[in-house]
Design a protein around this ligand. Structure first.
Ligand SMILES: *Cc1c(COP(=O)(O)O)cnc(C)c1O
Length: 346
């Protein structure tokens, strides 16, 4: 089996093999999603998310199909007219473009790769990519705190490739979105949306009920531990089991932060590779984007493949001039030693 450092889908936890079998044997895969068994499972999974990810008790959790769907929900149910999108990479930009296609008046605020995110203006909804998977940068709590203080709008964060890997100050955002194929170490096909009392109040004021995934329908169902459509029950089951298994987020986050620092030091001091974003303040803890020339990139990816290692391709504007390394919790320190050994002997 290939060892995958692709930043999502990435390596799934090895325990998933057993959990899949357990799921089948438990009978949960055949129950109706409005049955007590299914509701009990959803309830326990919400509780575990609150506990393990240290989410404030007044924040709600809902299951959706993906992070991309969250972008749509934010545009439909939380934005009356205008959203501001500050981005420095491909995912943030894509989000802005989808909001625009949905008829939202979008204020684009691109910022430089090595700059910290700063806003020129307030807006009804402020959309930020907490961890920009395309270029390995992140918006830290300290920056978010500043943005929160300076603005009154709802703050929506795409944390797809960092949730369950980075300790957020949850109160600095009103909507947090993720998918489970990144830091949760699970197969793709389930999204998690976490939202504040303030976001809920805003949804109630707007009272948008025109879509199957209108936030109010989602919330009304989630409050009963149900979902607004037949959900990916298998993935919810896997999520519950993995949450039972993993340590508290603060512990996981500390470990990943140290590992990211170690990898960055190794790459910049012991090899000729460079980290794409040189400003350490904005380097991601969970996705490393490494830059080099076209030929070198091509070669290292091909060599890695023949050694049983999958490196992540570059993305968007940096497609050919970077490769990416996921620093997700399911990957072990030993696997990072294998990667380092490969890179140094490549
Ligand atoms: C992976 C990713 C997405 C897309 O996730 P889906 O599960 O395909 O919706 C969105 N935003 C970011 C930042 C990502 O890393």
């Amino acid at each position: 089996m290939m060892l995958s450092f692709y930043p999502g889908p990435s390596k799934v936890y090895p325990q998933v093999a057993t959990y899949l079998q357990d799921a089948y044997e438990s009978g949960i895969l055949s129950v109706n999603h409005r049955s007590t068994e299914a509701m009990e499972m959803v309830k326990e999974t919400y509780q575990l998310l609150h506990e393990k990810l240290e989410i404030p008790s007044d924040y709600s959790i809902a299951f959706v199909s993906s992070a991309t769907e969250c972008w749509e929900i934010i545009a439909q149910s939380l934005t009356q007219k205008q959203s501001l999108h500050a981005y420095n990479g491909a995912f943030g930009q894509k989000w802005a473009e989808y909001a625009e296609k949905l008829g939202i008046e979008v204020l684009h605020q691109p910022f430089d790769l090595n700059e910290e995110c700063e806003l020129d203006q307030d807006a009804e909804v402020i959309c930020l990519t907490q961890n920009e998977t395309s270029n390995g940068t992140q918006i830290r709590n300290s920056t978010l705190q500043h943005i929160r203080k300076q603005n009154t709008g709802l703050i929506a964060l795409d944390a797809t490739s960092s949730m369950a890997g980075v300790s957020f100050d949850w109160t600095l955002g009103d909507v947090w979105c993720a998918s489970v194929q990144k830091c949760f170490g699970l197969p793709a096909g389930l999204g998690v949306m976490i939202y504040s009392p303030r976001a809920l109040k805003r949804a109630e004021e707007l009272n948008e009920r025109n879509h199957y995934n209108s936030l109010l329908f989602i919330h009304e169902n989630a409050a009963k531990f149900q979902t607004h459509y037949t959900p990916n029950v298998l993935n919810i089951y896997l999520l519950k089991r993995i949450l039972e298994h993993i340590p508290m987020l603060s512990e996981v986050a500390k470990h990943l932060e140290e590992r990211a620092r170690m990898m960055t030091q190794f790459l910049t001091q012991e090899t000729s590779w460079k980290v794409l974003a040189e400003n350490a303040l904005i380097q991601s803890d969970t996705v490393l984007a490494i830059s080099g020339d076209l030929e070198m990139i091509k070669q290292i990816k091909a060599n890695a493949k023949s050694h049983g290692i999958t490196l992540g391709n570059g993305y968007g504007k940096w497609k050919d001039t970077t490769f990416r390394i996921a620093n997700f919790p399911a990957l072990t320190d030993n696997e990072f030693s294998i990667l380092k050994h490969f890179i140094i002997h490549n």
